[in-house]
Design a binder for this molecule. Structure first.
Ligand code: SF4
Ligand code: SF4
Length: 391
């Protein structure tokens, strides 16, 4: 006999009240599922996760979406949004469905240390708050004051992870080179909260965001430069909901403008074939496509190659929506497909502009043992390498 499933309108209402305002618009056409990067890989998660079905389960309040493999699989890449004929805000719906279990205390085991560290240290990487600004030692970065135009907000990953710290240092070098008026408040900041909000912990996100908003307002911050497109998303799209209104730009947008105004130039040459990987949160979520390409093309000798899946069709690295902390078996990682895209194009370097993309693509490149033919670099590192080429 078929199993009897109970429709729970209470659960449906709870999901909607948590922010899934457009859940009822879904007409189950399945175009979202077709575009989802999970259709490009095989494995347990790929078999279990179907975003169309997840919307249906949510609409009916039916059991089934709350399994970890389903509920926490979405990387929030936004690819599915490109084609949805009903403009369903699929990612908000996923976030709300996650909230139903997270608010009840059921965060998956692997994510508990992340949330614990955010509560205790203000960052997801178990780094001590006192060491948040350690990467700045010897760099002579001014503190933000009322006379400073921009606050430079550096992503937690680039504050604590040694590989990622190179991104923050390169961005600082370029901002100084272009004569930008900027300063930092790093020691007093906490995580922007973007990923934990996507994971459904609204309460923890609110705590983090309110702490930053209070700090920024007390110091007179009006404009923010971010090193990560995820922080950019949070400041632009999440913080206004809590009364935090700041003009945020990703460093590539600002440097792109300064390049056009003639305030930034890249003097050195770097004769390399370079493919650009559009980070989902810089491209699809914030529509910044031209600035990173213009910066790459400003490097004498650099040849820009376009990957097949590019701009608003860019393939996700697999690190958004909290998946940067997920254990994904080798052979099922989106980043591996991206490395293969770049190798097939015969690129020397795969450049991107996001700390999470760097983590995922670096891992994929070493996993595939392609390090001898392809280098993965963050755009700021590439521009600095061109300014000061190796001898
Ligand atoms: S594309 Fe939009 S309308 Fe179609 S199934 Fe997906 S969410 Fe529903
Ligand atoms: S946001 Fe990306 S991973 Fe999530 S359902 Fe849409 S296409 Fe799939």
């Amino acid at each position: 006999m078929d199993e009897v499933k109970e429709v729970s309108l209470e659960m449906r209402d709870y999901i909607v009240s948590s922010g899934a305002d457009t859940l009822s618009l879904c007409m189950q056409c399945g175009l979202c599922t077709n575009l989802c990067p999970y259709r490009l890989v095989t494995g347990e998660v790929s078999e279990a996760f179907n975003i169309r079905k997840m919307q249906r389960l949510g609409q009916l309040g039916l059991e089934g979406f709350e399994e970890e493999n389903i509920l926490f699989a979405c990387v929030t890449c936004g690819m599915c949004l490109v084609n949805c004929p009903r403009e369903v805000e699929i990612i908000n719906n996923v976030r709300s469905m996650r909230n139903t279990t997270v608010a009840a205390g059921f965060l998956p085991g692997g994510l508990r240390p992340i949330a614990g560290s955010l509560h205790a240290n203000g960052n997801p990487w178990a780094g001590e708050q006192e060491k948040r600004a350690k990467w700045q030692d010897g760099l002579d970065i001014p503190a933000f004051s009322e006379e400073t135009e921009y606050l430079l907000y550096v992503c937690c990953t680039s504050c604590y992870d040694t590989r990622s710290q190179k991104i923050a240092k390169s961005v600082v070098k370029l901002l100084k080179q272009a004569g930008v008026s900027f300063g930092v408040l790093t020691s007093d900041e906490v995580c922007c909260g973007e990923s934990i909000r996507k994971l459904g912990d609204e309460e923890l996100f609110t705590k983090l965001a309110q702490s930053n908003i209070q700090l920024f307002n007390s110091k007179g911050v009006k404009k923010i430069i971010t090193t990560s497109p995820h922080c950019l998303f949070s400041f632009k799209k999440d913080y206004p909901e809590l009364g935090g209104n700041f003009e945020a730009v990703h460093y590539t947008e600002l440097l792109g403008d300064l390049l056009k105004e003639g305030k930034l130039s890249i003097p050195g040459e770097l004769a390399k074939k370079v493919a650009f990987h559009d980070p989902c949160y810089l491209g699809r979520h914030n529509e910044v496509y031209d600035a990173p390409r213009e910066l790459l093309q400003a490097v004498p000798g650099a040849e820009l190659l376009e990957l097949g899946r590019t701009k608003n069709k860019s393939l996700c690295c697999g690190g958004g929506g909290g998946r940067v902390w997920a254990e994904v078996p080798f052979g099922e990682r989106f980043g591996e497909l991206r490395i293969t895209d770049a190798v097939d194009k015969k690129a020397d370097i795969l450049v991107t502009a996001c700390p999470y993309c760097i983590t995922m693509l670096d891992d994929a490149c070493s996993g595939l043992e392609k390090g001898d033919v392809l280098e993965v670099m963050e755009l700021s590192e590439f521009l600095c390498a061109a300014s000061q080429p190796k001898v």
